[in-house]
Design a protein around this ligand. Structure first.
Ligand code: ATP
Length: 625
């Protein structure tokens, strides 16, 4: 029988499993039970929705058996089974092919982190076993198949016999050594504890043959050894339990069992609603964004159950895009089992649930913001961008839901602040929320445009995400205070604003006119600056499109060449301008050269490319001579 190879990435993961010295190897059982439960979910759902399948509640179970002599541990389920092709593709390739890519990106220090933090699925079996055998018969098939692997060098698949539909996984448990106790995975009591710890909430019975000493019938003191099949889990799904019975650890374990994320959840909400529509929900806010979160590949959605029966793995209708990071499930006894994807989109009950979930998620986030700032900032660093997209998209219709959840870096506080905090700190006569845009806080800090605003003691919000300015433009105002970029035409800095206006002589004006002519088509005006103090030059803009927005839009495929209306501002108190004035009378060409240089320097300060680097360099040499 020819051996088939594992896919390269699967092989690496498998290698990690085989060589694992991870202390929580016991999670392999959680993984196998979770897969078994998923397979029964599928079967159960088919039985409920397809009349040709006879249905018997007691048919659905998971069974764990131990054969100590052979060192065999078996996990058997009555789920939907796998066809030959499914055995090949599902067990030959890891489902989450992104896990390793994620690992690279985040430079997780060693292989064991991946096992500890990530759901690794079926391959976890190789942490405790030298050999794994899977015998499976799929629903609708008479033929069963045997998949077998002794590790990273590949697997075989051959025909097999099996009386009933489902899957049986047998592990040949590794020999114990001085440092490693594998015998515990052949011990009934230990296994029972592991099931209780990780899989107590599984909805189907997990059965085991348990050996007990029992009093003999008709005797007060004589015991006999009895082997009895028992269900070892409580079977009540976690979401049907009372919150007060559950600990944070229970919720964390459930998050892990469900593989909702690679991380720990930051917080969770457990709802039990008894209104127009009855439902239970557990919602998690993850700690970090999945590696593919900000890509098309990411699929949002919650698991959807109808009275305990899983009907959909990811129902996107339950979450708006701006909360797409939320993980978890909803179970409603008022939902029809037969609801189809198309129907879901129009389902009124589902819309009601979504509305309510949005309210609860917002409440939870606000609670976090108020009570645990550090955690909230962790959340915001991971998902803040999504919230800002939420403000901007759908023509701003969700901005009121989201505006209080936003954070921006503040020039005065040197940390992230809310808009409310900014407004509460505003000076008495201040009517405007100032912001500056740029690639990084350090770059913004050095922008000439921020000088005067800072000098007058105004707080400035530093926007570094490309979506930021678009979001603020969509918000328009916060508590009646409008937003203004420090680069915008009129800064409205207050009463002494006008007195600050530089005096312009006829001679100055001539220079400005000449510069404007030289830069025609590039800037709409050249004028003396009211905002510059130590820098000689900067670009500002008039109108709705800022220079930063022009940059963002130019990177979009269909940008239609949208341009900001730029103005070149010159600091007339600066030495450079005085120098120009001194020499301009004798040499008019010099004004043109200065105009080019100053314009290009202003572009560089903005992080924009110089249009013609060679002629820029020539201009600089000209004045250096
Ligand atoms: N007992 C089983 N019965 C039927 N199919 C199974 C069983 N165990 C595994 N599978 C199939 O093999 C696939 C791979 O399983 P694996 O545990 O590696 O990843 P997963 O369960 O898909 O992902 P995750 O564990 O992250 O949820 C499953 O998606 C499922 O289709």
């Amino acid at each position: 029988m020819a051996k088939q190879q594992f896919e390269a990435e699967s092989r690496r993961l498998l290698d990690m499993m085989i060589n694992s010295i991870y202390s929580k190897r016991e999670v392999f059982l959680r993984e196998l039970i979770s897969n078994a439960s998923d397979a029964i979910d599928k079967m159960y759902y088919r039985a409920l929705t397809d009349d040709s399948i006879t249905f018997n509640q007691s048919d659905y179970y998971i069974k764990i058996d131990v054969n100590k002599d052979e060192r065999e541990l078996t996990v058997q389920d009555t789920g939907i089974g796998m066809t030959k092709e499914e055995l090949e593709s599902n067990l030959g390739v890891i489902a989450k092919s992104g896990s390793l890519a994620f690992k690279k990106e985040n430079e997780i220090k060693d292989g064991y982190d991946i096992i500890g933090q990530f759901g690794v699925g079926f391959y976890a079996a190789f942490m405790v076993a030298d050999e794994v055998t899977v015998i499976s018969r799929a629903l609708g098939s008479e033929q069963a198949y045997r998949w077998h692997s002794e590790g990273a060098d590949g697997f075989t698949i051959e025909d097999a016999e099996k009386d009933s539909i489902g899957t049986t996984i047998t592990l040949k448990v590794k020999e114990s050594s001085e440092d490693d106790d594998f015998d515990q995975f052949l011990d009934e009591q230990q296994l029972q504890q592991i099931v209780k710890k990780y899989s107590d909430f599984i909805r189907y019975p997990i059965k085991m043959e348990l050996t007990e000493e029992q009093l003999k019938a008709d005797s007060d003191d004589e015991y006999e050894t009895v082997v009895e099949e028992k269900t070892v889990n409580s079977m009540v799904p976690i979401w049907k339990k009372n919150k007060t019975e559950l600990t944070d650890e229970d919720y964390h374990e459930f998050y892990k069992e469900k593989h909702y994320g690679f991380d720990d959840p930051l917080t969770h909400v457990h709802l039990s609603v008894d209104g127009n529509i009855r439902y239970q929900a557990i919602l998690y806010i993850p700690e970090s964004a999945p590696y593919n979160y900000y890509s098309q590949e990411y699929e949002k959605g919650l698991e959807l159950y109808s009275n305990g029966v899983l009907i959909m793995n990811k129902a996107p209708e339950l979450l708006p895009d701006y909360f797409s990071f939320v993980k978890g499930l909803v179970d409603s006894e008022d939902l029809s089992l037969n609801i189809s994807r198309e129907m879901l989109q129009h389902d009124r009950q589902l819309k009601l649930i979504e509305k309510n979930l949005v309210k609860k998620i917002k409440q939870e986030l606000k609670k976090l913001l108020m009570n645990d700032r550090e955690k909230y900032e962790t959340f915001f660093k991971a998902f803040g961008r999504q919230l800002k997209y939420g403000v901007y998209s759908d023509f701003g219709q969700n901005k009121d839901t989201l505006k209080d959840l936003l954070l921006f870096y503040s020039s005065t506080e040197e940390t992230l602040v809310t808009l409310q905090e900014y407004v509460d700190r505003m000076k008495e006569d201040q009517t405007i929320i100032y912001y500056a845009t740029g690639e990084s806080h350090a770059r913004i800090e050095n922008l000439p445009q921020t000088e005067m605003v800072k000098d007058k003691g105004f707080e400035i919000l530093y926007l570094t995400d490309d979506i930021d300015e678009f979001a603020l433009k969509m918000l328009q105002e916060y508590e009646g205070k409008t937003f203004k970029s420090v680069s915008s035409g009129d800064l409205e800095l207050g009463d002494d604003d006008e007195t600050n206006a530089p005096e312009v002589t006829d001679e100055d004006q001539k220079i400005f006119d000449k510069m404007k002519e030289q830069l025609s088509g590039k800037v709409s005006d050249v004028r003396p600056s009211k905002r510059l103090k130590t820098h000689p030059v900067c670009l500002t803009n008039e109108g709705d499109i800022s220079i930063e927005m022009e940059k963002v839009l130019s990177m979009m495929p269909e940008n239609q060449g949208v341009k900001a209306d730029k103005v070149l501002e010159i600091n007339t108190n600066h030495q450079i301008f005085n120098q120009l004035k001194e020499n301009a009378l004798e040499n008019e060409d010099l004004i043109a050269t200065y105009a080019n240089i100053l314009y290009n320097q202003a572009l560089l300060i903005e992080g924009l490319p110089v249009e013609d680097p060679v002629s820029y360099a020539n201009d600089v040499w000209k004045v250096m001579k």
